[in-house]
Design a protein around this ligand. Structure first.
Ligand SMILES: NC(=O)c1ccc[n+]([C@@H]2O[C@H](COP(=O)([O-])OP(=O)(O)OC[C@H]3O[C@@H](n4cnc5c(N)ncnc54)[C@H](O)[C@@H]3O)[C@@H](O)[C@H]2O)c1
Length: 428
């Protein structure tokens, strides 16, 4: 099959990472020709186009207006949307109206309603919608899922996810991550955790949460704020052009920066979810799944470290070999294995942060290409993307209302008081 023609919109930090994902994919498979890139800021788009020329051997055309790009590039097959989340639904729906397939970065949409509209637009256009959530693609997370499914450790009882850090700076210098109408921290960062809760433990019945906004103003210093476990992400943002509101010394923040939630899964298992970027001092990053016969400590997506499994009454974690033996049928799927030298049973890996990042982005793009070619749903479908966004908002709706919230009510857009102003701002 001839290469599909793709264009990318959004050439900020993640937009540059996507370009390197395209390069990684081209190195191993023919899938896409990147024919155009678009950003409101010409210099950001030019930078990504220059990097594309170096990595792909040809320079994509540069646009500063998405509509103009859609009008001019009449034979596109797909667009890759990598703008901040506030625009995901509008750009996605325009792409579907133009008859294109869409890959869109996580979080899928700025509210549950935005996600539902995107799914309707995909359905109407009869095109593929893929959400670029990449943490579950990690082979170690795949192995954990296989161990849970095998029942070798008994039934899951509690998934405990705690991630606390504190800073007054803006992550990556980006203001939109602290503005409620443009997504906000608990959606933008929390959606990865939400997807893993659903991936590992399945359907959720209800949540109860306390949520807060502590840091009402933040410093807009350009300096990159290192996240625990980060690997020089700041370098990807060096070419990014500041928005006007990032030029003032401080930013008025409107989105919550702390959440403590309890989740009730349909299986009866419980989830504990603590997340904050407004907890200064002691860093805490601990993700553990407790099952009837032992615990699984998650090493952190993209880290390559093995999961630590400790059995009931065991004092030390078991060996990597014994971890693998808990899931005798575990095999990476073809797509994932192809990025790990064809190896099917791995419990850890040793790639640098930049390399593993390129691989995960390339996997998402390859899933898009394969889904278009075979007319099937990608693994990260609209429904999967919607559920992760709905879990983030179930926590925020619960915190807002001060009461337990049913997941299905949020996912069905029947409980949406917290999201009302975001929907109004988006005009949906
Ligand atoms: N999967 C991951 O690990 C991961 C990591 C970081 C970011 N992301 C996601 O990637 C997306 C982008 O994040 P980022 O950190 O790159 O943000 P960013 O602010 O660095 O980049 C966004 C870019 O979009 C451009 N843009 C905004 N409106 C536009 C429009 N109408 N037309 C064209 N361009 C427009 C901006 O000028 C900017 O360059 C977000 O959805 C974010 O959640 C995912």
């Amino acid at each position: 099959m001839a290469n599909l023609r793709i264009a990318q919109v959004g050439c900020g930090g993640m937009g540059l990472r996507h370009l390197y994902g395209e390069v990684e994919l081209q190195r191993r498979a023919d899938s896409f020709d990147l024919v155009a890139v678009c950003d409101l800021n010409q210099s950001a788009a030019d930078y990504v186009a220059d990097e594309a020329e170096k990595g792909l051997g040809r320079r994509p055309k540069v646009y500063t207006d998405f509509e103009d790009m859609l009008d001019s590039e009449r034979d596109l097959d797909a667009v890759d949307i990598v703008t901040d989340v506030g625009l995901h639904d509008r750009l996605t729906n325009m792409a579907f109206e133009a008859g294109l397939n869409v890959a869109v970065e996580k979080p899928m949409g700025v509210t549950v309603r935005a996600c539902l509209r995107m799914m309707e637009a995909a359905e109407k256009a009869g095109k593929v919608l893929l959400v670029e959530e990449n943490h579950r693609r990690d082979p170690v997370n795949r192995l954990v899922k296989a161990i849970l499914d095998s029942g070798a450790l008994g039934a899951p009882r509690l998934m405990h996810v705690a991630s606390f850090s504190g800073t007054r700076r803006l992550p990556h210098g980006t203001a939109w991550r602290h503005i409620k109408n443009r997504g906000g921290y608990l959606l933008d960062y929390g959606v990865h955790d939400a997807d893993l809760f659903l991936y590992f433990l399945g359907e959720i019945e209800s949540v109860f949460a306390e949520t807060r906004l502590w840091e009402q103003t933040r410093q807009t210093s350009r300096e990159h704020t290192a996240e625990p476990g980060s690997w020089g992400l700041g370098a990807y943002y060096a070419h990014r052009v500041k928005e006007d509101l990032e030029r003032a010394a401080t930013l008025e923040c409107t989105s919550e920066d702390m959440s403590l939630g309890l989740l009730r899964f349909s299986s009866g298992a419980i989830g504990y979810y603590g997340k904050s970027i407004a907890a200064p001092g002691q860093l805490l990053d601990t993700d553990v799944i407790y099952c009837g016969e032992g615990s699984i400590q998650l090493p952190g997506s993209r880290s390559g470290r093995p999961t630590r499994i400790t059995r009931l009454e065991g004092r030390e974690p078991i060996s990597e070999e014994d971890v693998l033996s808990l899931a005798p049928d575990f095999e990476l799927d073809d797509l994932t294995a192809s990025f790990f030298d064809g190896r099917r049973r791995i419990a850890s890996y040793d790639y640098g942060g930049a390399e593993i990042d390129r691989k995960f982005i390339a996997m998402g793009l390859k899933d898009l290409a394969d889904s278009i070619e075979h007319g099937r749903q990608p693994e990260m479908s609209g429904q999967v993307g919607l559920d992760a966004v709905a879990l983030c908002y179930a926590l925020l709706e619960s915190g807002h209302a001060g009461q337990r919230t049913l997941f299905a009510d949020v996912a069905g857009d029947r409980v949406n008081a917290y999201q009302r102003e975001v929907n109004e701002h988006a005009g949906i």
